[in-house]
Write a protein that binds this ligand. Structure first.
Ligand code: SF4
Length: 159
C-alpha cells in the first residue's frame, strides 16, 4: 500500500448535516479510511483534541467571530493542513441556516457567522447542504493522488 494521507475533520458552527454526509458514505468512507487516508483529527469521529499536522482538513460549519476558540481553531487548522477544504455551504458561504425562513435564530447575531474564507486561505470549496458523500470521497482521493504523487498514482492504476 502506498502512502496514506492524513485527514482531519474540523467541526465549527453548523447543523452537523455535513458530518452525517461523511458518516453516510457507507463503504465509500471505509474505502477512504482503509485505502487512502488515516483520520488523524476529529472531535466527533475520533475524539482527538489537539490539531496535528494534516494533509487535508475538511472544515464543516462557519466561524463565529464572537467565539475566540473557533477563530483560533480555524487559524491553527490553516497552519497545520496542507490543503484546507471548505466542506458544505456553511463553511463556503457562511451559516446557511440564517437564510432560511425556518432557520435557527442564532445567538449571537447571524452576522457573526462567517465563511472560513473570510479568515483564512481556502484551497478547495465543496458547496452543498450537505455535499454528497461521493463528492467528499472524490476530493479525498484527489488529494491522495496530488499529495503523494507517482507512488500513489501507480498504486491506484494497478487496481
Ligand atoms: Fe448543516 Fe447544510 Fe451547514 Fe452542512 S452546509 S452544516 S448540512 S446547514
Amino acid at each position: 500500500m502506498a502512502n496514506k494521507i492524513k485527514l482531519g475533520h474540523v467541526h465549527l458552527s453548523g447543523c452537523t448535516g455535513c458530518l452525517v454526509s461523511i458518516a453516510d458514505n457507507y463503504l465509500g468512507l471505509m474505502k477512504i479510511l482503509d485505502d487512502y487516508a488515516d483520520l488523524v483529527y476529529s472531535l466527533t469521529l475520533a475524539d482527538v483534541r489537539h490539531i496535528p499536522e494534516m494533509d487535508v482538513a475538511l472544515v464543516e460549519g462557519s466561524v463565529c467571530i464572537q467565539d475566540h476558540e473557533s477563530v483560533e481553531e480555524i487559524k491553527e487548522t490553516r497552519k497545520k493542513a496542507k490543503i484546507v477544504v471548505a466542506l458544505g455551504s456553511c463553511s463556503s458561504y457562511g451559516n446557511i441556516t440564517r437564510f432560511s425562513r425556518g432557520g435557527q435564530h442564532n445567538q449571537p447575531q447571524h452576522e457573526s457567522f462567517l465563511p472560513i474564507g473570510n479568515l483564512i486561505d481556502v484551497d478547495v470549496y465543496i458547496p452543498g447542504c450537505p455535499p454528497s458523500p461521493e463528492l467528499i470521497r472524490n476530493v479525498a482521493v484527489m488529494a491522495y493522488l496530488l499529495l503523494e504523487g507517482d507512488e500513489n498514482q501507480k498504486e491506484l492504476a494497478g487496481k
